[in-house]
Design a protein around this ligand. Structure first.
Ligand SMILES: [Zn+2]
Length: 443
């Protein structure tokens, strides 16, 4: 087959599969969002996965600078106050079956005394509920089914700082992406939100091109259950629109900021083509004080002890029921430091992969030309049914367990100003050494 013919067939395949409706078993049907059909596709990003040849590294792509990311969007980092009269949102709202959206008033705070203790709307913020009370939308993804697997997720990217200074630049992407590449070409879920992509579209393109799986984390990062229906639609719509314009893909996965979701928000998300990815282990890394994001209240030693405890639990054979989806952030110098410090040890103890991969989801976008490796042998769709896709399995061997070592290396006590240096030695020490180091800092 000639290259030209291959390319032509690839284009046909791409065009034929992006608008297909997905039949569901018992759940509301989902359709590829027609309201994103007119967004022009960007240059500089991959159009399919897997890719042959070297994965890009080093400088970020330069193509994103030409994109107009202002026209047709609301103000960044702000809830869309006029969503109910915004013509773009009104059009999307007409595609949603509102009889399948629970009629519940927006919440007003994280602990509402007026909320029924029976948790009628599966409000995660209230009690961690991940199984909807309605039967027409699927449960949230909240762990990895197979023990010994670790779903790697980084929220709030792409990571950048303003004002840009040489010091800040050390922590901005591609710092973490380069680190992942250098450590077994580790893949992760990157939970991008629209307002952050505006600040670093080149870094977002790098994230996709590296082979990470992108999910949408809304437009402005609000508590979603506090919004009106129109505002909820706007958060998904503008987040997805930005991702489509900058990356050329349409994610079928999302993560709620602060985990704040209930059946009203879930139903709107599902009908806009999205399934919710939560977590079962939380590093709380965003609360660590950072040099550039001040105000955190979680001591570094405590975050380290938490992660070390999980790893020790696994190493001792006390964590054999299920695998985990773990919440981390590409948000500050502190979160990047924690992520990079622990990754080599995590890779030793767990089979480490995106949360979508450990849940055997090979096609996380409506563009079905992207087929990512999965943990198991049978690929499943976002709605839980099996698919016919031949997805490769995650490569790499089963973790080898802990090695012996002195434990002489200390856990970081704060984000150093050296921009990610000093991580190489971590893989040589034991989990227990790190626990000891972390405990030492507590004491
Ligand atoms: Zn977030």
């Amino acid at each position: 087959m000639t290259l030209k013919l291959s390319a032509a067939l690839a284009v046909l395949f791409f065009a034929a599969t992006t608008n297909a409706a997905t039949p569901t078993t018992g759940y509301l049907p989902q359709t590829s969002p027609a309201w994103l059909a007119d967004i022009p596709l960007p240059s500089g990003v991959i159009k399919s996965w897997p890719q042959t040849g070297a994965v890009p590294s080093g400088p970020l792509p330069t193509t994103a600078a030409a994109l107009d990311l202002t026209t047709g969007y609301p103000a960044t980092f702000q809830i869309v106050t006029d969503a109910a009269t915004d013509p773009q949102i009104v059009a999307v709202m007409k595609t949603i079956d509102w009889t399948k959206v629970p009629n519940v008033a927006p919440t007003t705070e994280t602990t509402m005394t007026t909320y029924s203790p029976s948790d009628p709307y599966c409000w995660w913020t209230y009690n961690g509920c991940v199984t909807p009370k309605v039967d027409y939308i699927p449960p949230d993804i909240s762990n990895c089914p197979k023990e010994g697997t670790w779903g790697l997720t980084y929220d709030d990217g792409p990571m950048y700082y303003f004002p840009v200074t040489p010091e800040n630049e050390k922590w901005a992407e591609p710092n973490l992406y380069n680190y992942l590449l250098a450590h077994n070409d580790q893949k992760a879920n990157l939970m991008y939100y629209g307002s952050r992509i505006v600040g670093a579209p080149d870094a977002a393109q790098r994230g996709l091109n590296d082979g990470h799986t992108i999910c949408v984390h809304t437009w402005s990062h609000p508590y979603m259950t506090r919004l009106t229906n129109a505002q909820v639609v706007a958060e998904f719509y503008y987040g997805l629109k930005m991702i489509k314009q900058v990356l050329g893909i349409t994610p079928r996965c999302w993560r709620p900021p602060y985990g704040d979701v209930d059946d009203r928000v879930r139903s709107i998300a599902w009908q806009m083509g999205l399934r919710n990815i939560m977590w079962d282990l939380d590093t709380n890394d965003w609360q660590i004080p950072g040099d550039l994001v001040p105000g955190g209240t979680l001591p570094y030693s405590q975050a380290n002890a938490t992660v070390a405890g999980w790893l020790e639990n696994r190493a001792k054979g006390n964590d054999t029921k299920v695998g985990h989806v773990v919440l981390e952030h590409e948000l500050s110098n502190s979160t990047i430091t924690l992520a990079e410090f622990w990754l080599p040890t995590i890779q030793k103890e767990f089979q480490t992969m995106p949360a979508t991969a450990c849940n055997d989801i090979a096609q996380p976008y409506w563009e079905e030309s992207f087929v990512y490796p999965i943990q198991g042998t049978v690929a499943i769709s976002m709605n839980g049914s099996t698919t016919n896709v031949q997805a490769p399995q995650i490569s790499g061997s089963t973790p080898s367990g802990t090695s012996s070592g002195s434990g002489a290396v200390s856990a970081p006590t704060g984000a150093s100003k050296t921009g990610g240096a000093g991580h190489a030695a971590v893989s040589k020490i034991t989990v227990f050494g790190l626990v000891a180091a972390a405990v030492a800092y507590i004491l």
